[in-house]
Design a protein around this ligand. Structure first.
Ligand code: ZN
Length: 317
C-alpha cells in the first residue's frame, strides 16, 4: 500500500467549527438563560428533515426566538448543539401540522448537504442525528417505561423509579474501504442500484470486533477477496440515520471474486481508464467513498479525478 498517501483528509460533514459545550450540558439554569437571551438560534426539525429558507441556493433556517414565534412553533425539547460566533444553536422538533409560509420548507439533508456551506451542512447533520435518536427513544430499552430528555438533550432518562436508566445517543461505526491491487481497485454494486453505478466496499462493525478486522471480514464476505495492510484514511459522520463512516485503504492478497454473502449483485476490478471513460460511475464527490477512490486514482502520475470529464468527474447524477 506504500504508493498511497496517508495525508490527513477532511470529508464533508467532518470538520465542524461548532464548539459543542459538552461540559455545560448539565447546567440547566445557564441553559435557561441562554434560551431566553437574544443569542439563541433554533433549527426546527420535522421527523428527520430540517427547515430551510427556500432560496437558490437554499439556506438553513437558524431562527431567533421571535422568528420561531412568528412561525407558530414553540421551544419544546430543545437540544443544545453548541456555539459558533456568539450564537448558541439549538435544534427543536416541530409537529407535522405546522403550517409554513411559502418562504420555508422542510427538506432532507442528503440532497441538500452539497449545496450548503460546509459548517451549515455539519450543523444540520448533527441536528438530524439528534432528532432521529430522540424520536426513536421515547421509551426505555430496558423496562419499556417512558423516558424524558436530560442534559440539554444529550441524554434521556427512564421515568420508572425502579429503573431510572440513563440512555445516550448511539453512533453506529461502519467501515468503508478502497481495496487496491496493482493498477486496479475493487468496487461493488448493489442490486437496487442502476447499471454502471459502483462504490467502495462497506459494512457495519460488529460487537467485539476491531476496525481492521471488520475491514477484512466485510471485503471477504462481500467479494471473496482477502486483504492485508489495512490503513486508516479519514472519517465522515453519516446521520442516515446514525452511522459514522471510517474510511480505510487496503491491499488485496487475492483476485478471484466470489459474492459470498449476496449483499452485492456485482463486484469487479476497475482500472483508471474504466473510470475516465464513464463506464464505471462513482458515488458523488460529497461522499467518503469518492474521497477513497480519488486517493488511489491520483497516485498514478498525470491522473486527477476531480478534473476528469467536461462536466465534472464521472459520478452518479
Ligand atoms: Zn427503564
Amino acid at each position: 500500500m506504500s504508493p498511497l498517501s496517508r495525508s490527513p483528509y477532511v470529508n464533508l460533514l467532518a470538520h465542524s467549527p461548532i464548539d459543542r459545550l459538552a461540559h455545560l450540558r448539565d447546567r440547566s439554569e445557564w441553559i435557561e438563560q441562554v434560551l431566553q437571551s437574544g443569542t439563541a438560534r433554533f433549527l426546527p426539525t420535522q421527523g428527520s428533515r430540517s427547515l430551510v429558507h427556500v432560496s437558490n441556493p437554499p439556506r438553513p433556517a437558524l431562527l431567533s426566538t421571535h422568528e420561531l414565534d412568528d412561525l407558530g412553533a414553540s421551544i419544546r425539547a430543545p437540544v443544545l448543539l453548541g456555539i459558533r460566533e456568539e450564537r448558541y444553536f439549538f435544534s427543536v422538533p416541530v409537529g407535522e401540522d405546522l403550517p409554513l409560509p411559502d418562504s420555508f420548507e422542510f427538506r432532507d439533508l442528503r440532497p441538500l448537504a452539497g449545496l450548503l456551506e460546509p459548517w451549515e451542512a455539519s450543523l444540520l447533520a448533527y441536528a438530524r442525528a439528534m432528532a432521529i435518536w430522540h424520536r426513536n427513544h421515547a421509551f426505555c430499552a430496558r423496562c419499556g417505561s417512558a423516558t424524558e430528555l436530560a442534559e440539554a438533550g444529550h441524554a434521556r432518562v427512564c421515568l420508572s423509579e425502579e429503573c431510572g436508566r440513563r440512555h445516550f445517543p448511539k453512533v453506529d461505526p461502519a467501515v468503508i474501504v478502497l481495496v487496491a491491487r496493482g493498477e486496479r481497485c475493487l468496487l461493488g454494486r448493489q442490486a437496487s442500484w442502476p447499471e454502471g453505478r459502483f462504490s467502495t466496499i462497506a459494512g457495519f462493525v460488529e460487537p467485539g470486533e476491531s476496525l481492521e478486522d471488520a475491514v477484512r471480514r466485510e471485503v471477504y464476505e462481500e467479494t471473496g477477496v482477502s486483504v492485508s495492510d489495512v490503513s486508516y484514511h479519514s472519517s465522515q459522520p453519516w446521520p442516515f440515520p446514525s452511522s459514522l463512516m471510517l474510511g480505510f485503504l487496503a491491499e488485496a492478497d487475492s483476485e478471484e471474486i466470489q459474492l459470498l454473502d449476496g449483499e452485492l449483485s456485482e463486484a469487479r476490478w476497475v482500472t483508471r481508464d474504466e473510470i475516465v471513460s464513464g463506464e464505471t460511475l462513482l458515488p458523488p464527490p460529497v461522499s467518503i467513498a469518492y474521497a477513497l477512490v480519488r486517493e488511489w486514482f491520483n497516485t498514478e502520475p498525470g491522473f486527477d479525478l476531480d478534473s476528469q470529464g467536461e462536466s465534472g468527474p464521472p459520478v452518479w447524477r
